[in-house]
Design a protein around this ligand. Structure first.
Ligand code: SF4
Length: 288
């Protein structure tokens, strides 16, 4: 599958690179703004708006090298889509909540709002690249512009942005592009797909080893601990699919649709797993 557009259609401050986390320029907003409950992903309870007990004064994590064995697997899967550095540096001019505690509430609220918008941009960049329909590409471009204006304004504008409304528009574009992309795989003579492969399906622990799943719509599917080793997921819509503990060793996800870094981080894979060019092979895949 080739891309309709090899470069982003607009001159944008938010290309895919800037939608990746830059923790060195962030005031550890993910370790403070959000709350989490003790679970398989987090070893302790933490209320929202408070620093994690493992956070150091320089905003680094004191257990960074041993997060997974110490029960903080969720921290290795989380991704802010670049919202952390944007809020820290652009909206708060590089002044931390630690240096200026009065800004804390606003900064955390801005981070939560910006993360949603950054995530939408991540998907829209892909939709614009994958569609061959100039009209849809134009819609994606205009929506990107709207979101970027919210992110390029002041704090009041960011916090008053109707993310739900934007989300519904983004969702429509993503679904249209998904249909277009997946149709191209069926037109190319893809094998008859299992009827169970549908959006939101419960596919937990299912065996899809070495299967050709090209063009399947697995949006929102539960693929927890599914065996996808050696499978071909080209053109598979994985928007919001739950890949926790999915086995991806040797699988081809290089042209899967709407795959994100948190999804990959939550799964198991190896050096033979093919991932999209914009995403990284998670470090824990190297370490077993
Ligand atoms: S364990 Fe480390 S990475 Fe996770 S929230 Fe706490 S400080 Fe942040």
């Amino acid at each position: 599958m080739t891309s309709a557009n090899t470069s982003d259609p607009i001159s944008s401050a938010f290309d895919r690179q800037s939608l990746r986390p830059d923790c060195g320029n962030c005031f550890a907003l993910c370790c403070t703004a959000f709350g989490f409950s003790r679970s398989a992903d987090f070893a302790l309870d933490k209320p929202a708006g408070t620093p994690c007990q493992n956070l150091d004064q320089d905003f680094s994590c004191t257990i960074h090298d041993s997060l997974r064995p110490r029960g903080f697997r969720g921290c290795t899967a989380f991704d802010c889509f670049g919202a952390g550095q944007n809020v820290s540096q652009q909206f708060f001019a590089g002044k931390s909540w630690l240096a200026e505690p009065d800004t804390k509430d606003d900064m955390f609220a801005a981070f939560k709002a910006a993360r949603q918008l950054h995530e939408m941009l991540w998907y829209l960049v892909e939709a614009g690249r994958r569609t061959f329909d100039p009209e849809i590409a134009g819609q994606a471009e205009r929506l990107r512009n709207t979101i970027e204006q919210a992110l390029g304004g002041d704090l009041t504008k960011l916090l008053s942005t109707d993310a739900q409304d934007l989300h519904s528009h983004v969702r429509c574009i993503l679904m249209e592009v998904s249909e277009e992309v997946r149709a191209s795989y069926f037109a190319a003579g893809g094998e008859h797909l299992d009827a169970a492969l549908k959006p939101g399906a419960d596919l937990m622990s299912r065996n899809f080893r070495s299967r050709r799943l090209c063009g399947a719509d697995l949006r929102g599917a539960y693929l927890i601990a599914a065996d996808l080793r050696g499978s071909d997921l080209s053109g598979v819509d994985l928007l919001g699919a739950d890949l926790r503990d999915a086995r991806l060793e040797g699988a081809d996800l290089s042209s899967a649709l709407y795959l994100t870094q948190p999804q990959l981080n939550a799964a198991h894979g190896n050096q033979a797993t093919r991932v999209p060019a914009d995403l990284d092979v998670p470090s824990h895949w190297h370490n077993g």
